[in-house]
Design a protein around this ligand. Structure first.
Ligand SMILES: [Zn+2]
Length: 143
């Protein structure tokens, strides 16, 4: 198995893309032309910080580093095909931008609120797409 997923497509191409290393992810934001802050996802109808309609916004990619705010272990699949148990968390991916994400660790003892995470690509069973998972930042560079 390889960590290089460049042959696969992102499951949600409007949200993230593969970074140059072929393994970690970058998130795609709209950079607000009025206040300069980042809006996510990039296709939101307006800047959450100042209300600019973002019609002139530039799409920018930023490394998928993040901060874990809180987390919970889910034992029931909320959607068909979701693996369980899975650990979901509220994750701050940019200033003022908090998203829910799945953290790819085996149990909660490896996590604590406030720790740094990074987003990595994980292949889906189809073999054609990858999805986004978060891992503790110290593991991010390991193969
Ligand atoms: Zn703005």
């Amino acid at each position: 198995m390889t960590d290089d997923l460049r042959g696969l497509r992102p499951q949600h191409p409007s949200l993230y893309q593969l970074a140059a290393d072929g393994h970690s992810l970058e998130f795609l934001y709209a950079q607000c032309p009025s206040c300069g802050r980042l809006a996510f996802p990039a296709n939101v109808p307006g800047c959450g910080h100042c209300g600019d309609p973002l019609q002139q916004a530039r799409i920018v990619a930023r490394p998928g580093s993040a901060t874990l705010l809180e987390f919970v272990t889910l034992h029931v699949p909320l959607l068909p095909g979701l693996e369980t148990p899975r650990i979901a968390g509220d994750i701050r991916i940019a200033d003022g931008v908090v998203e829910e994400g799945v953290i790819a660790v085996s149990d909660e003892s490896q996590l604590h609120a406030g720790m740094e995470l990074c987003a990595v690509a994980v292949p889906l069973p189809s073999g054609e797409e990858f999805t986004c998972r978060f891992v503790p930042a110290l593991q991010g560079g390991a193969a």
